[in-house]
Structures are given as structure tokens and as C-alpha cells.
Design a protein around this ligand. Structure first.
Ligand code: 0WD
Length: 257
């Protein structure tokens, strides 16, 4: 049985009730995990209030800011985890960013700053958060990130985010090799397109969703809950032999020619 009782799980990337991370947090909570939630702080504190209200029913024992471009915030986050939890068992990396101007038009127009920012926030952050979690995963653990088919194949308008996802998927393999001897598993979930704040920035996302509904074996897109269920499985001992993998939760779209 899927049971996460007694497990401490940190979930990043909840922006609102459409976020994939929200689907994951709900499923981890339902399986009994003790949750820590991070939010992306903004100057007026609006995100903080919105996310805090949303996650309240899940009773998170930690609720802290984490902009992955801010080293101090990451340090403070893991200090709080060490002081309050003693150890961490599950790390959910569910965030990415590229400027809207980079998510349509010609890929070769991407600026150096835009390229660097997308790779920093969307790919390097997994390495940094995993490195910070490593000494606190004292009873083994599971690290899960979210990726997309655009990191393996060219998907119109995904552009620099495709490069970031390719790097992210390779990060999964290198981290899995490093952390495996410590009993820490690292996997990615490649989700099919879902309407969220982040995906709405990708040009032509609605066309992509309709294409999936037409082509995918299941003839529909996936839900946040379905991705959450896969994350709960990868977080649990039911997946104890699985590491360094990318699990497709995409209605089977990726097998179609
Ligand atoms: O179709 C989709 N929605 C898919 C998403 C298909 C396959 C994969 N994914 C991936 C995304 O690439 C991302 O890695 O899933 C992950 C979560 O994305 P989401 O749930 O689609 O999007 P959203 O609800 O917008 O959450 C992403 C959040 C940010 O939201 P906004 O929209 O405010 O940028 O990532 C967070 C932020 O909360 N985020 C950051 N967190 C910490 N530090 C940062 C940052 N610098 N930048 C963005």
C-alpha cells in the first residue's frame, strides 16, 4: 500500500490551484506525508498570502519563501528543515521559468541573459536543492522533478525551455548516480501539457493540448491529480528499485509517431 506516514516532504512550485505542484502536494498529504511548502516571494507579499490560504487544509509544518535564484533563501530553508524536521525524505522540484519573449518565435533570437536565466531557474536549481537536501536525507530519500517532452524533441515555441529540460533530465541521471549509494533516488516525471500559469506563457499551448486530445492513446490530457499520483508512487517505497528515470505521465502521447 502507498504509505508516506512519517515522511517529511518539501514541495516547491505552488503558484495557485492550477499548479502541478498543488496536485502533488494534495496526493502526498493524502498518503500521510508531513509537508513543507515553499512559495516564490514577491514584493507585495501577494503570492505568499494566496499560496498560504490554498495550502492551509494540508497543514504544512513549514511554509517558507524560496526563490531559487536567492542563495540566502535556500540556505535559510534548509536550516529550518534541519532544525524543525531533523531530516528530509522527499524533495519535489516543480518549477521553471523562461521569459514570455523566449517562448515563441525563432529559437536563435534567445538572448544570453534569457538563456542563462532559463537554465539557472529551471535546471541548475535541481542540482542546488538536491545538494542542500543531501546531508539531510539521512534515511535515504526520493527527489522528483517535472519535465516535458520538449526536452527530448522539438516542440514548437518551447525553445529555450527545451534546452533547460534536456539539462534537467541529464541532471536527474548524474544526481541519481551520485546519491544512489546513500539510498536517495532521483527521478523525473514528464507530464503532458496542462493549463497552468507557466504553460500559458508558451505560444500555442492550446493547439498543443488539442493535438494531444486527438493523437494520444487516451484521447485526453492528464490532470494535476494524475501527476500527483505518479509523484506519490515515486516518493514511496513502492518504487524502491527505480532511480535515474523519466516517467511519462502524458496519456501515452510520446509513443505516437
Ligand atoms: O503543461 C504543463 N503545465 C507542464 C509543466 C508540462 C510538463 C512539465 N511542466 C513543468 C514545468 O516546466 C515546471 O517545471 O511542471 C513544473 C511546474 O509548472 P506548472 O505547474 O505548469 O506551472 P506554475 O503553476 O506556473 O508553477 C511554476 C512555478 C512558478 O510559477 P510562476 O508562474 O509564478 O512563474 O515555478 C515557480 C513559481 O511559483 N518559480 C520559481 N520558484 C522559485 N524560484 C521561480 C524561482 N526563481 N520561478 C518560478
Amino acid at each position: 500500500m502507498l504509505n508516506l506516514n512519517g515522511k517529511n516532504a518539501l514541495v516547491t512550485g505552488i503558484a495557485n490551484n492550477r499548479s502541478i505542484a498543488w496536485g502533488i502536494a494534495q496526493q502526498l498529504h493524502q498518503a500521510g506525508a508531513n509537508l513543507g511548502i515553499t512559495y516564490l516571494p514577491d514584493e507585495k507579499g501577494r503570492f505568499e498570502k494566496k499560496v498560504q490560504e490554498l495550502v492551509e487544509p494540508l497543514n504544512p509544518s513549514l511554509f517558507l519563501p524560496c526563490d531559487v535564484q536567492n542563495d540566502t533563501q535556500i540556505e535559510e530553508l534548509f536550516t529550518a528543515i534541519r532544525d524543525q524536521w531533523g531530516r528530509i525524505d522527499i524533495l519535489i522540484h516543480c518549477l521553471a521559468f523562461a521569459g514570455k519573449e523566449e517562448l515563441s518565435g525563432d529559437f536563435s533570437n534567445v538572448s544570453r541573459a534569457g538563456f542563462t536565466r532559463a537554465l539557472d531557474i529551471s535546471a541548475y536549481s535541481l542540482v542546488q536543492l538536491s545538494g542542500a537536501a543531501k546531508p539531510l536525507m539521512t534515511q535515504g530519500g526520493s527527489i522528483i522533478t517535472l519535465t516535458y517532452l520538449g526536452g527530448v524533441r522539438v516542440i514548437p515555441n518551447y525553445n529555450v525551455m527545451g534546452i533547460a529540460k534536456a539539462a534537467l533530465e541529464m541532471n536527474v541521471r548524474y544526481l541519481a548516480a551520485e546519491l544512489g549509494p546513500l539510498g536517495v533516488r532521483v527521478n523525473g516525471i514528464s507530464a503532458g501539457p496542462i493549463r497552468t500559469l507557466a504553460s500559458s506563457a508558451v505560444g500555442g499551448i492550446l493547439d498543443m493540448i488539442h493535438h494531444v486530445e486527438e493523437i494520444a492513446p487516451l484521447k485526453r490530457t492528464v490532470t494535476q491529480t494524475e501527476v500527483g499520483n505518479a509523484a506519490a508512487f515515486l516518493s514511496s517505497d513502492l518504487s524502491s528499485g527505480i532511480t535515474g528515470q523519466i516517467l511519462y505521465v502524458d496519456s501515452g502521447y510520446c509513443i505516437m509517431g
